[in-house]
Design a protein around this ligand. Structure first.
Ligand SMILES: [Zn+2]
Length: 444
């Protein structure tokens, strides 16, 4: 029995030896073959593409609306400028580069911050602190090495906008300030470039195409006058849900693909504005928009804005759009966070006028919460919120908000309309408190 086992073991080891010898001989055959095959994958097999590109883009090339191989060739020869590598720009960049746009320009002067990461999905935790456009370039090069990326880690200005925009075929407006939107619009119209434009805030978004084949409409046709600065809410102030703004970025990428592949023509293109709502049920409603306005200041025959006017800085887009007045109250009604910190009057009331969602994130001890909008703006009596022995004629009320703007409006109302005499606004709000008094108060 033992002898039989020994023989069997010897046979097995002999077979294993033979087996490994055979494997080595086979590998010797395979390796030059696989090196050849990998080389072939990346060698052009016709005038346009490599095998890798056919494999990479095949699933979109076979979709009829895409325009087949011609559509892919057009993408490969196209140049797209993405202005803003944030909540809209990141998903747009992802899909544009994955789809095989030949050259992508990215302009953004900002650096990646931790508060961006929930929605700006090209950036990763280890990119915090580096320029957004460099972070995006790094990601794109890993996603699709066939895409050439050029970065502009500074702001678009009156003086550089023509040079940059002129180099591209399609302009993606992924910014969030009206001043930049007007600049992008005016320069793109003068350079005859179409703009894919979107915006997003909280749970909603909008999407449109401007200046299609110079037929209009343009941003100024929609909005001849800028919105009042106090009505403009940014993602920092109003908040934003990542997938909601992300979806807008993705729809932008698709509109750019439709423009580049020639899906839209002068005959079939109709000006539109798509509005997305994430809640309660997701909806995308598309509205027909009017054509070019006959008196538009930039895209009509009676236009008054020229390249010279822009490059000579005769239009100051920031002041055209205005700034929120941040000094509403007289300085005698305002105190610093330190002054308030050192005030130990137990009878004083601390009124926090931030929305309840923000109050829930963080608050100072013993504060009461009445949100400025919508409660305090409409209230004609707030006695129920105050302690029963509160004396309107002399007891102190300190008003706090996030950054110190709403609190000034609220303090003004308390003094002028609600008859409270001793009101002080806390300058810089709870954000300043976190910076100067207690760093354990989270910033959001
Ligand atoms: Zn116009």
């Amino acid at each position: 029995m033992d002898l039989e086992k020994k023989e069997l073991l010897e046979k097995i080891s002999k077979l294993e030896l033979e087996n490994s010898g055979l494997r080595k001989r086979l590998e010797a055959f395979e390796s030059p073959l696989s090196a050849d095959s990998s080389k072939l994958q990346h060698t052009k097999i016709d005038e346009d593409f490599t095998l890798d590109e056919y494999k990479r883009y095949g699933r979109q090339m076979i979709v009829p609306s895409f325009g087949s191989r011609d559509g892919q060739v057009r993408l490969k020869h196209s140049k797209v400028l993405v202005i803003g590598a944030g909540g809209l720009g990141c998903p747009a960049l992802l899909y544009l580069s994955a789809a095989g746009v030949g050259k992508i320009g990215i302009i953004d002067d900002d650096v990646v911050d931790t508060s961006n990461l929930h929605r700006q999905v090209l950036h990763t935790t280890d990119s915090v602190g580096i320029h957004k456009c460099e972070s995006a370039k790094r990601y794109i090069s890993r996603l699709n090495p066939h895409v050439q990326v050029e970065t502009y880690p500074y702001r678009l200005t009156n003086s550089n906008a023509f040079d940059i925009i002129n180099k591209y075929d399609v302009i993606m407006d992924c910014t969030d300030t009206p001043a930049t939107r007007y600049l992008i619009n005016d320069v793109s119209v003068l350079c005859s470039k179409p703009i894919v434009s979107a915006s997003g805030l909280k749970t909603e978004g909008q999407l449109t195409i401007l200046n299609f084949k110079n037929m209009g409409p343009c941003y100024r046709c929609f909005y001849p006058k800028p919105p009042k600065p106090e009505t403009v809410t940014t993602c920092t102030d109003g908040g934003v849900i990542g997938p909601a703004i992300g979806l807008m970025g993705i729809t932008m990428a698709l509109e750019a693909i439709k423009l580049i592949t020639g899906y839209y023509t002068k005959e079939n293109f109709k000006p539109f504005l798509a509005q997305y709502s994430g809640y309660p049920q997701q909806t995308l409603r598309v509205f027909k928009m009017r054509n070019k306005q006959h008196d538009c200041a930039i895209c009509s025959p009676s236009a008054t804005i020229t390249k010279e006017i822009i490059t000579n800085n005769e239009i100051d887009y920031a002041s055209f759009c205005g700034k929120v007045n941040t000094n509403i109250l007289d300085s005698k009604y305002r105190v610093s966070v330190r002054d308030f910190h050192e005030n130990n009057n137990p009878k004083s009331v601390l009124l926090d006028v931030r929305p309840p969602e923000q109050f829930q994130i963080t608050k100072l001890p013993n504060s009461i919460n009445i949100s400025w909008d919508p409660i305090l703006t409409k209230a004609d009596n707030i006695d129920e919120y105050f302690p029963a022995d509160f004396d309107k004629s002399k007891d102190e009320v300190y008003v706090l908000c996030r950054y110190g703007n709403d609190s000034q409006l609220a303090a003004k109302k308390l003094i002028e309309e609600l008859g409270i005499r001793n009101v002080k606004d806390i300058k810089g709000g709870i954000n300043k408190w976190s910076e100067e008094i207690d760093s354990k108060i989270p910033k959001y």
